[in-house]
Design a binder for this molecule. Structure first.
Ligand SMILES: O=C(CO)COP(=O)(O)O
Length: 261
């Protein structure tokens, strides 16, 4: 079954709401509507930008999707500073990144917490982008496939098949994030293929064939096509390069199979 490629721009902690509006306008202007039949393009700004981005996308009937970078596992309550899944759903979010390696590292997020966040997202009809990935040390030990597979199965624990089918997985090797060191297409395919095999073993091939598996880590216009050509890579989670409107539009066009805008 053909899976529609997804190109998602994780802006991380960059751009205020005014800068967000300017970037979304630039991306939308550079991408004619016909591209959106062949690729889904999403922006994932900081929480403080989401209302502005939603208003722009709805008002101008843009075909871009938007989402958030994190979520609370709780629906509401005394959790100072947190943002809940119902709040994000109300802001029109299609996606929520869960378990990014920066959150696992800087906020000590465990697989158990990541799993609770994944459930919160799915409960409110959004799709999680569940991130998995190994450190350089784990890769050098040769345990990278096992490590990522464990993170995947722990993150999805207790979900129904229909919920797994709606989820997006992102393989982001920690050593390739923001370093300019992209995994080779073969390295990325090795892990993404193993993740799909693990999904097939646990949930059956009908479910596994629907799940989109993205690669993330120093993706840019010069390497996106080769990565997306791999059998089990269905798109990219882009960090730094998604902050440049022309570059992100170019990558989206390449993901759609061209021509360039
Ligand atoms: O972490 C990433 C996306 O979530 C990747 O970041 P870079 O594209 O900047 O390496």
């Amino acid at each position: 079954m053909a899976r529609q490629p997804l190109l998602a721009g994780n802006w991380k902690m960059n751009l205020n709401h005014l800068e967000a509006i300017a970037l979304v306008q630039k991306i939308a202007f550079a991408l004619p509507e016909k591209y959106f039949d062949r690729v889904e393009v999403a922006v994932l700004p900081p929480f403080t930008d989401l209302r502005s981005v939603q208003t722009l996308i709805d008002g101008d009937k843009l075909l871009l999707r938007h989402g958030a970078q994190d979520v609370s596992p709780h629906d509401s309550g005394a959790y100072t500073g947190d943002v809940s899944a119902p709040m994000l759903a109300k802001l029109g979010c299609a996606y929520v990144v869960v378990g990014h390696s920066e959150r696992r590292e800087y906020h000590a997020e465990t697989d158990e917490l990541v799993n609770r966040k994944v459930r919160a997202v799915l409960k409110h009809e959004m799709a999680p982008i569940l991130c998995v990935g190994e450190s350089l040390q784990v890769r050098e030990s040769g345990a990278h496939v096992q490590h990522c597979t464990n993170q995947l199965l722990e993150g999805l624990k207790g979900l129904r098949q229909e919920q797994v089918a709606r989820s997006v997985i992102a393989y982001e090797p920690v050593w390739a994030i923001g370093t300019g060191k992209v995994a080779t297409a073969e390295d990325a395919q090795e892990v993404c293929g193993a993740l799909r095999t693990a999904l097939t073993d646990k949930y059956g091939s009908e479910v596994a064939e629907q799940v989109r598996v993205l690669y993330g880590g120093s993706v840019k216009s010069s390497n996106v096509s080769e990565l997306l050509d791999q059998n089990d890579i269905d798109g990219a989670l882009v960090g730094g390069a998604s902050l440049n409107g022309d570059e992100f539009a170019k990558m989206s066009a390449l993901a759609a199979g061209g021509p360039l805008p």
